[in-house]
Design a binder for this molecule. Structure first.
Ligand SMILES: [Zn+2]
Length: 458
């Protein structure tokens, strides 16, 4: 029972500490809707989202992802303010030659975050005594510098409805209270892949998500007195798959000329076996409407060549969006009607960005922003110092976003990490959880209270 009392006391400490600070400090909710391409906003009617962005800040041309326009890399770019070649997540799944293992979104702490310069916003916040909850965001269950956020999802699942995630987020703000919540949702990406971006299924999903945002705003008003800064964004766009080329099956390239670790889709990245680089370069160059680059010749604007242990020497890029390069060695049908991953400058790959809340300007339009700027927007809202290595983005062109801005740097003084309470709480609650589910802290608080009282009667 001592253990139970300990949990309860920690809960009390967090509540008391949080209650004292909540009225003074800003709160931020970042919602990512996977694969919500910016063009959808012009394509369909969104009563709630249109009102939201008209009342707050919106990017009329959308938000620019990092290259390659895939989910895992872009969520890490948003979270860290770094390009993919600097944070090292170069695809949804890739082979790390130093770790000798494949790294994807499901990996635990397998050494993939050993670079001390890489730091998601929730770790920056935790280090500076800001309580954070991170729900289903890629890498939220990984340790960075030995630290995790106060609340995080133990593993990923598509089973939890968006409104349930919203309920959890509101609960954290109200009960703990935390100041930062990042919430990932897998739609409309899933429908975009299966049915294509212009399908009725995508339309219906978008309409439902619009209603879900209405539910969120109602709860923010009722439960939080509208005192919440909200950013709604996405990781990348979506386009129709128009062509599939299979370099091995179509005999452009010998399978034995390259090693087994291949990145494919909108790009085709391979490591030629020893002595085969020129042969493989010439072979890939014969594919129509494809441009092949050696590592040091990749266009600088992609910021996609540094991690030698995670990228092959040659990258083939299709000249047009919608063209897939598949590693298939048979003529099997390609399963997706829609996809993403292409040039981060093309229109169909642009993501959404809109924001509203007490610290954001009202009814402001900007043309566009880069998703690596989000990290700095979050630091500014939370008044914390950014990681000095997060230098891909900035607030330099974004001062109009903020309702009151003293200057573009953050104001608080960095204090050394004091995360013992947060780490203990996280470990205590999650080491025994078997089901992948976000934690409703208030429920645990009540359970802890019950056991605490019971402990005196046993
Ligand atoms: Zn996707």
């Amino acid at each position: 029972m001592t253990h139970i009392r300990y949990i309860f006391l920690i809960s009390l400490l967090i509540r008391a500490d949080g209650a004292k600070r909540s009225s003074e400090l800003s709160r931020l909710l970042i919602i990512s809707l996977d694969g919500f391409r910016h063009e959808y906003l012009n394509q369909y009617e969104f009563p709630i989202l249109n009102q939201f962005r008209n009342e707050g800040v919106q990017a009329t041309q959308g938000m620019k992802p990092t290259f390659t326009t895939m989910t895992f890399p872009n969520h890490i770019s948003i979270a860290t303010g770094m390009y993919q070649e600097d944070h090292g997540i170069v695809h949804n799944s890739f082979f790390d030659r130093l770790l000798n293992r494949t790294i994807g979104m499901g990996n635990r702490d397998d050494g993939q975050w050993s670079d001390p310069n890489v730091e998601p916003i929730w770790i920056t916040a935790t280090k500076q005594n800001i309580k954070s909850a991170v729900l289903f965001w890629p890498a939220c269950h990984n340790k960075f510098h030995g630290i995790r956020p106060l609340i995080y999802s133990w593993s990923y699942t598509d089973d939890i409805p968006f409104r349930e995630k919203i309920d959890n987020a509101i609960g954290y703000f109200r009960e703990l209270p935390v100041q930062l919540v990042l919430l990932y949702h897998f739609e409309p990406d899933k429908q975009g892949h299966t049915y294509g971006p212009d399908s009725i299924e995508v339309h219906d999903t978008l309409v439902r998500l619009d209603g879900d945002i209405g539910y969120l705003l109602d709860r923010v008003q009722k439960d939080l007195g509208d005192d919440l800064n909200i950013i709604i964004l996405s990781d990348h766009g979506m386009t129709n798959v128009t062509k599939v080329t299979r370099p091995f099956y179509e005999k452009y390239l010998n399978r034995s000329s390259v090693d087994s670790n291949i990145l494919s889709g909108a790009l085709f990245n391979v490591m030629p076996n020893s002595g085969n680089t020129e042969e493989v370069f010439n072979s890939l160059s014969k594919i129509p409407n494809v441009t092949v680059y050696k590592r040091d010749e990749m266009p600088e604007r992609f910021h996609y060549s540094k991690p030698k242990h995670r990228l092959g020497e040659l990258t083939a890029l299709t000249d047009t969006e919608g063209h897939i390069l598949s590693p298939a060695t048979t003529n099997a049908a390609y399963p997706n009607k829609g996809n993403h991953g292409w040039d981060n400058a093309v229109k169909s790959m642009q993501a959404i960005f809109m924001a509203r809340g007490p610290l954001f300007s009202k009814s402001i339009q900007i043309d566009s922003l880069n998703n690596v700027d989000i990290y700095h927007i979050a630091c500014h809202i939370l008044k914390i110092n950014p990681n000095p290595y997060a230098n891909a983005g900035s607030l330099a062109n974004l001062t109009s976003l903020f309702a009151r801005i003293e200057n573009t740097s953050t104001q608080t003084t960095f204090t050394s990490s004091n995360t013992t309470t947060a780490r203990l709480t996280t470990e205590l609650f999650f080491t025994t959880k078997s089901r992948a589910h976000c934690l409703c802290f208030s429920r645990h608080f009540l359970i802890a209270l019950m056991f605490f009282v019971l402990s005196f009667t046993l």
